[in-house]
Unconditional design. Structure first.
Length: 194
């Protein structure tokens, strides 16, 4: 009987072994070097990057208003036009069981103010869009209408009132934001249903 020789790897060693000893210490060392390289790259990019923040894109909300009003489920209150420097950034009309209208706006000094409208109670809208622990203030008159005022501990301010919706259904409208009180009231006073 002849014996077959043990296979030899191309590098000259035996088939199962390499030239170095593998250990958990070596693996941890390699991991530390890799993580260090990634962190150094991220720091380098942060220091040398001249990326500017992406400006917020303004939208034309008039088509959303027209489409929502054509549905006939909500009044869909919105301003005919915005003050100079303000820009609409979002307009959403959700149909269905709980129909809602939302218009989000940034003021000239990039403070947020938005309109929320739904067939819900004022308290429900306040809890959802202001704070569940919002404090009610004194009522104010804006554009000949009485509005409730609301604030929260984060500095948000809101005005709200009930409105008669299509076919006599009661709905609520809320104007809320981090903008100063006078700008929130200014938007509320500019809302129309035509």
């Amino acid at each position: 009987m002849s014996e077959s020789p043990e296979p030899v790897s191309p590098g000259g060693g035996s088939a199962g072994g390499g030239r170095y000893q593998r250990s958990s210490g070596g693996l941890i060392g390699a991991l530390i070097v890799t993580v260090g390289a990634v962190v150094a790259f991220v720091v380098f990019r942060a220091l040398t990057s001249d990326d500017e923040t992406t400006p917020v894109r303004a939208i034309d909300y008039s088509a959303a208003v027209q489409g929502a009003r054509a549905d006939g489920k909500l009044t869909v209150l919105a301003p005919d036009r915005l003050p100079l420097g303000w820009k609409a950034t979002s307009a959403t009309y959700n149909r269905g069981v709980s129909t809602t209208w939302h218009l989000g706006i940034l003021t000239g000094d990039t403070k947020y103010v938005g309109v929320e409208e739904a067939r819900e109670s004022i308290d429900d809208l306040v809890e959802e869009h202001v704070d569940e622990n919002a404090k009610r203030g004194k009522d104010v008159t804006i554009g000949g209408q009485k509005w409730q005022t609301w604030t929260d501990t984060d500095g948000d301010y809101a005005v709200a009132r009930a409105v008669d919706g299509p076919k006599g259904a009661e709905e609520s409208v809320l104007v809320v934001g981090s903008a100063p009180e006078r700008q929130v009231r200014q938007l509320a006073g500019s809302l129309t249903e035509r």
